[in-house]
Every structure is written in structure tokens, then in C-alpha cells.
Write a protein that binds this ligand. Sequence first.
Ligand code: AMP
Length: 568
Amino acid sequence: MTTFEALGIDARLIQATDELGYVNPTAIQEQAIPVLLSGTKDFIGLAQTGTGKTAAFGLPLLHIIDAAAKYPQALVVCPTRELCLQIVKEIELFKKYMTGISVVAVYGGASIGLQIRDLKRGVQIVVATPGRLIDLIERKAINLEQIRYVVLDEADEMLNMGFQDDIEFILKNTPARESTWLFSATMPPEIRKVSRKYMKEPKEVTVGKVNTTNKSIDHQYYVTTAQHRYETLKRIIDFNPGIYGIIFTRTKLDAQEISERLTREGYDIDALHGDLTQQQRDRVMGQFRDKSLQLLIATDVAARGIDVVGITHVINYELPDDVEIYTHRSGRTGRAGNQGICISIVHAKEMYKFKQIERINNSQFHKLDIPSGKDVCRKQFFHFMDKLLSADISHGDYETYVPMLAEKFADVSKEDVLKRVAAMEFDRFLKYYENAEDLNLRERSKREMGERGEPRRRDDRFEGRGDGRREYTRGGYSRLFVNLGTKDGFFKASFLQFILDMSDLKKEVLGKIDMKDMNSWIEIDKGAAQQMIRSLDGKSYKGRRIRMNDADSGGPAGFSKRPRRGEG
Ligand code: AMP
């Protein structure tokens, strides 16, 4: 493994990266830095966010800038103000031991007067969003005559956002440009065109796979009707009690309205969109980042460049038109070695679009049933009970109260105590979900409306499957409990394979699989349930006895319900 020293960067920069805890250069840094240090070679880096590309261009820029010349020499253009600020912040950290270099961020939505004042102070590096930069050029507040290096960061995003003309304008109006460095997560034809037109024999480097979706993301989708979209969103949130996520909408109005409605209903959510002032945006982002806000609802434009660690779920309230946007949305989760889930709410008319995204992303997408009210309550209930069980009682002086409590509860059984706790916590939730309707769009409902054939029994159902085929499943599902989970080293796919191999059943008999650390719940055709139980119950796995039973005929899993919002 190479070192920053070996790449040839200034010792003062190495001192700073050392302090930041960068031990070795990342792949993109290793390949980009030696090329960029020459200052004369054009460069294309195909790398996703999170690969260390800011340092890949930031360190060489600082190395080759002339600190004595007090005019803009380097221009970094990026799609959003968040990214602008993030880049400037990192460059500031890198240049900690250098003197005489200044860097400024110019972006829309903030006072242009203050930015003009900053530019006049004699900066060498300008980090800008395209729109604001053009504005500054038109006001003659920035002079690009002596710009030697242009960096286009997240070039695909900028093109997605319709900045192609602006980018070309900027490239045309930097006559002293010695090299152009383009970074992009993907390589659509428009970027090829720009590079052919404005770059000379660029060195091209690819880190990881381009145009593929992150494998640590589980892509899921729910099919519902357009009018049930909001209710489905709520159900998804309620079904994931520990969620820390971003919900994407297409319009500002949707983001705002849904945020307000969910807030009124007790959810911990705020909106991020273009109509907010800078101050409002900073406040919302700050809260989300430090996790005092559980959910963020955002438009694509407003959310670009946001890099928050630990996001568990990305929810597409509506599908984006563009496959690339889907990739960018979903890429907010499943980062830094974590697993993430990207959920899309789609209705029948959008299925064609979804198929396209699925094909281009080359990932397997899982269609799941929208949880029933009972599912939600059960999930919330066990989440709460898990918290109850893991509560830290090692510090408080609880022992003192035990004799009094024992006396008070002398005539109440443990089961009754649990029921009472459940009732206190879950009453509101239970009532809300008591008669919750099935939000899934099912073929059955068409049939029930008399489109063809006789009415069916309520628990018969058609399952729409990912490949467009339909399967008729008579008699509905049973839910099986099994004492195997992720702690046993299973992922969903390996678990599925295991239970199917053991039982000699086909994948088609299975419905939803819900895996926890220690246990899992399996939906299975009623007719196949006994075969699965017979094949697994009592057998052993890694020396442990497998226990499997029908969760809905008594037992712990039959004991359901509750909700409380904003837990996590
Ligand atoms: P970026 O792709 O530029 O957004 O960087 C992703 C994250 O990786 C940032 O938090 C950087 O501070 C961090 N990072 C960049 N380069 C290195 C490195 N060589 N070693 C460790 N962390 C790094």
C-alpha cells in the first residue's frame, strides 16, 4: 500500500492529512494525485461519493496553487451548496499548515453581496455552483481570465440538474485553463461529449464499478394505488421503528405538505427544499445530522450533496423519472460498510418505469407486501419490548424499590404486568390500526369488482411478481416463527436458500421474510407451512436446535401490537 509521501504531495499537506487520520490514500487518491500534481494533464475520475475524491483533487490543487498570486487560479464547480460547503470545509482542513491560500464558496440562495466581498479579498480557489457562478460572471464580480485549473465535481449530477449549458459556458470562458479534472459517479453520453469537446486526451480512472448499484443496499418496493401513497408511507415508517431516513418527493409542495401532515400526526420529521432560507436549511440539516431529527423529507435538488452517515432507509415517495436519480437517492444509505434499505412506493401505472430502473441498475429488487395494521403493531410491540429488556438497570438504585414493588404487584402475574405495559404504550396505536385496510394493490381487488369470474374468498390472493408473471395462491399465508436470524450469520438470500433447501420447497410458496438478530418470521402458503415446520423444527443448525412454529396459532409472536412514533 502506498503513502501520501510516495505520491509526492507537500509535507504540510501530509501533516494535515495525518491529523485527519488518513493513513493511506484511497484508490482514487492513489491514481489521481500523481497525475494531477503535474497541473497540465486532463483527468476523468469515475468514482462515487465517499471514495475520497475531494482529497483526490483538493490536495493536488493546494500543492500547485501559487500562494503569492492573489487572484482566482482554481475553480471547482459542483452541483449544490451543501457540496460546495463540504468541499471548502475539507480544503480548509487540508491547508491548515499552509499560509497565504484562501478558498471561498459561492452558491445560490445566500447573499451575493457577501460572496462578492469574499471574492474581492484575493482568493485563489473558488468553489461554486454553476448558477451562482454565471451570475457572478455576468456581474463582472469574478474574473476567470487567470483560472488555470477547473474541477467539475459530480459532473453527472450537474448535467442531471440541467447545468450542461452553464458548464460549457464556464469551460469556454476559462482561456488560461491548463487542465480540467472531471469527477463523476457515472458516465452518461453527455459527459463523454463534454469531455471530447473540452478536454485533451484525459487520463481516465475508474474506481469501483461505474453505473452499478451499491450491493450493500436492499432495494424493495411496495405497490399501492395513487390515493394510498401517503398512508403507505406512514405504514412503512411505523413498520421500521428504528428508522433514520430520507424520504424523497418530486416537488417542493409535496415535501412541505407531507412533512406538515406527518408532524401533525406525531412523527419526527422536517422538510428540506428550495424554498427554505439558508438559515432554515442549516437548522434542518443540523438537526438531522445530529439525529435529533429522525426523518428528512427532501426534493432531489435540495438533497444533493448531503452526506450523512448511518442512514438506514431511503424512501422514494414517488419514483424519479431518471434512473440516475434513483441511483443517487439510494446511494444515501448503505455506505461505509453499513447495510441500507431503499424503499420505493409505486402504483400500477409506474411499474413500467420501475422495471426500467431495475434493469439498468442491474440489481435485484424485492417486491414486498405493504405491512398490515397487525404487522405494524407486532413490529412496534416487539421493538418496544426489546428496548424494555435491554434497559440498563445497573446504575439506578432500583433495588431499594423492589420490596415495595413486589408488595404492590403481589397479586398481579408477570403476564398481566406485561399486558398493562403494552396497553399503556400501545393503546393509541392499536386503535389506529385496529381496522386498517389492506393497502396493497392486488389483482384480487379487480376480480372482486367483477371484472372476471366469481368473487373469491377473502384470503385467496394473487401475487404480482417482479418478473410480471402472476401466481395464484389459494388459502393465503401462514406466518412461521423460527429461532434463526442474522446473528446466525444469515443474510436474507442465504436464509431463503437454507429454508428452501431444508424443506425441499419452491421459492414461490414464500411471502415476506422478516429477519431479526435472533429470530425470523416467514410468510408461507398455508398449504406448504406444515412441510416447512416438519423439515426444520427440531433439526440443528451449527449445533443449535431449530425451533419453528406457526406464529399465529399462539406463542410469543401471536401477542401483538402498539406504536410509538419517533423511537430509534
Ligand atoms: P469524499 O468522497 O471526498 O466525500 O470523502 C469521503 C470521506 O472519506 C470524507 O469524510 C473524507 O474525510 C474521508 N477520507 C478521504 N480520504 C481519506 C483517506 N485517505 N483515509 C481516510 N479517510 C479519508
